[in-house]
Design a binder for this molecule. Structure first.
Ligand SMILES: [Zn+2]
Ligand SMILES: [Zn+2]
Length: 307
């Protein structure tokens, strides 16, 4: 597979509108929420909406896509009820991944909130993922590395490696690397040598074959701050040079990239950020969503009419 450069897009209104939103900003792949990320309620989308999502994603060639899990999920919670709820929510979201034919579910596995000892928190996470795996089939489960805020699990590559090893190296367990979180957690990818060292460390503890998706975000908070704040590409503490090295690093050439940046106008990932990443990867600006869309039936469904 070739590198794909896309973004997180909203599913507000309907699932299939997310494809129009991806096309409108020139994205080649899209991350979405299924349901409201701040609520436990399971998502309800009509069969027609799902069919239209699949048709549009196929017609425009948008993919591979991912679903980002609910923010409420916490497999390491001190509260057993919260852990149980998290597993149920993950199973539901993995089912959606299968229905939508996406690559997998991106998850922040959780935090012991300073109450659960670190080792026990890791054990809870492993237990939760095990339960989820036994009740779902094909989709991948992508552990996202975190900034390390509030004792969250996943800022240390060793911990991610431990989780994967305790799960018997199940092939469905993958990793989504967030560039901002990586830097904020204290892995210095702002220099070329630093980046090489961090990729090497990732390979040592996790294995580069597990690296399956990238969240491309500059950081609004300083190195090692453990503060999760995203910034537009080139406008944060990482800067353009760092993304230039990142986008041309051999380890990421076949991966899908998803922007989760505020956007130049503050309305989320935009064509400017997509094209910045493309330029830094040595590629031409995206032509997706420019001009008439002859690939999709109905002239009133062009990307230009969407936000
Ligand atoms: Zn995330
Ligand atoms: Zn992220």
């Amino acid at each position: 597979m070739e590198m794909r450069i896309g973004a997180h897009v909203s599913t507000s209104g309907s699932l299939h509108d997310s494809v129009h939103r991806a096309v409108a900003i020139g994205a080649e792949c899209a991350q979405i929420f299924v349901g409201a990320p701040q609520r436990w309620a399971v998502a309800h989308y009509s069969d027609e909406d799902v069919t239209e999502y699949l048709r549009l994603a196929n017609a425009y060639g948008i993919g591979p896509n991912v679903v980002h899990s609910l923010y409420l999920v916490n497999l390491a919670s001190p509260d057993p009820e919260q852990r149980e709820r998290s597993v149920m929510a993950l199973i539901d979201q993995m089912d959606w991944c299968e229905r939508l034919g996406v690559l997998g579910l991106v998850v922040h596995v959780g935090s012991g909130k300073g109450v659960v000892p670190h080792d026990e928190a890791l054990a809870f996470v492993v237990e939760g993922i095990e339960q989820m795996l036994s009740q779902t089939r094909d989709s991948c489960f992508l552990i996202e590395n975190t900034a390390g805020m509030g004792s969250s699990i996943g800022s240390d590559f060793r911990d991610i490696g431990t989780i994967i090893s305790r799960l018997g190296f199940d092939q469905r367990i993958r990793v989504c690397l967030d560039t901002a979180h990586t830097f904020e957690a204290g892995h210095d990818i702002s220099t070329k040598d630093g980046l090489d060292a961090v990729i090497e460390e990732f390979d040592q503890y996790i294995g580069l074959d597990r690296l399956t998706a990238i969240h491309a975000n500059d950081s609004k908070s300083p190195f090692g701050s453990k503060l999760d704040r995203h910034q537009n590409i080139g406008a944060g503490y990482l800067g353009e040079d760092a993304f230039g090295w990142f986008m041309t690093h051999p380890a990421v050439q076949e991966l899908p990239f998803f922007l989760e940046v505020p956007g130049v106008a503050g309305r989320g990932p935009d064509r400017e950020n997509v094209d910045t990443l493309r330029r830094l990867a040595g590629r031409q600006p995206s032509t997706i969503g420019l001009g008439s869309s002859s690939m999709v039936d109905g002239g009133d469904e062009t990307a230009d009419s969407r936000r």
